[in-house]
Design a protein around this ligand. Structure first.
Ligand code: C2E
Ligand code: MG
Ligand code: MG
Ligand code: MG
Length: 275
């Protein structure tokens, strides 16, 4: 089984050759105990204003470090958690931890304006999402306006009651962003019916933004769409100075990506941004 030690001292999980079914079952069994064993944690990736470099928010990103498997990437364990229903417990843990971290930073003297938390489609299917969010905000004391939930287009298109849920979330004051915008199949009609505040341009369009005319056209179109609908637009996966300059030139002043920072621990975030 391949396990390489990464820069930060983590071993990275690579599936063994024992067969897909066995491997899946093993992962599933381990995953189910990950919360109680305190193997899950959050990293936070800064979101910045391009022209000033100011911190405008962070996105919470879930990590799972298993003692035997090493660091398992989200694309391996999140779909599994969705299939098994464990995502509900996991999602609740993430939301609580993220909101509490905002309060901890505040107490340590760092004001992070906003935290973005990813929601899975399965969390909407369970129904009680609105009361869960409201409870967590009350318990942690975080102002609802400082929480932004991220959903993909497919969440909106595939959830029967998404509209109702999202309107209820809006009523309690939390913000909504459409993640990976442009990659899902979607009707733009929902945009004008939903209380969405933010579009996140998917990383795939940013990657070759200054060399691929199609990606360039799509990015510009999303920025324009956001402008005319009064939505804020943030680009994800910004890795270079050129990409940032391109975005700014075309009227997008918000970015997130390795150019600014990788996702980091709460301590590292505090150290870097506390003035
Ligand atoms: P996402 O929500 O679109 O998150 C952005 C992903 O892009 C993150 O990957 C982040 O590390 C990566 N990224 C950010 N900047 C750059 C860059 O400049 N270059 C490149 N190559 N990548 C960049 P990560 O952390 O592996 O997460 C992958 C996906 O897993 C997320 O995509 C999200 O869909 C899901 N995910 C992560 N945490 C959670 C969670 O708590 N709940 C749910 N439901 N999904 C989560
Ligand atoms: Mg996201
Ligand atoms: Mg995204
Ligand atoms: Mg993405």
């Amino acid at each position: 089984q391949a396990k390489a030690r990464g820069r930060n001292g983590y071993r990275f999980y690579a599936p063994s050759m024992t067969g897909e079914g066995v491997e899946r079952l093993r992962l599933e069994t381990f995953l189910r105990r990950s919360i109680e064993k305190e193997e899950v944690f959050l990293n936070y990736q800064p979101q910045v204003e391009i022209d000033t470099g100011k911190l405008i928010g962070v996105e919470a990103l879930l990590r799972w470090n298993h003692p035997e498997l090493g660091l398992v990437p989200p694309f391996r364990f999140i779909p599994l958690a969705e299939d098994t229903g464990f995502i509900n417990q996991l999602g609740k843990w993430v939301l609580y931890e993220a909101c509490r971290q905002m309060v901890r930073w505040q107490e340590a003297g760092l004001h992070v304006p906003k935290i973005a938390v990813n929601l899975s489609v399965k969390q909407f299917e369970r129904g009680s999402i609105v009361s869960m969010v409201a409870d967590i905000l009350r318990e942690t004391g975080l102002e609802p306006q400082r929480l932004q939930l991220e959903v993909t287009e497919s969440v909106i298109m595939n959830t029967g009651d998404a509209m109702a849920f999202i309107n209820d979330l809006h009523k309690i004051g939390v913000g909504l962003a459409i993640d990976d915008f442009g990659t899902g199949y979607s009707s733009l009609a929902y945009l004008k019916q939903l209380p969405v505040q933010t579009l996140k341009i998917d990383r795939s369009f940013i990657k070759d933004i200054s060399t691929d005319v199609n990606d360039e056209a799509i990015a510009i179109a999303i920025i324009q769409l956001g402008k005319s609908m009064n939505l804020s637009v943030i680009a994800e996966g910004v890795e270079t100075d050129e990409q940032a300059a391109f975005l700014l030139r075309h009227g997008c002043n918000q970015a997130q990506g390795y150019y600014y920072s990788r996702p980091v621990s709460p301590e590292d975030l505090l150290q870097r941004w506390k003035s």
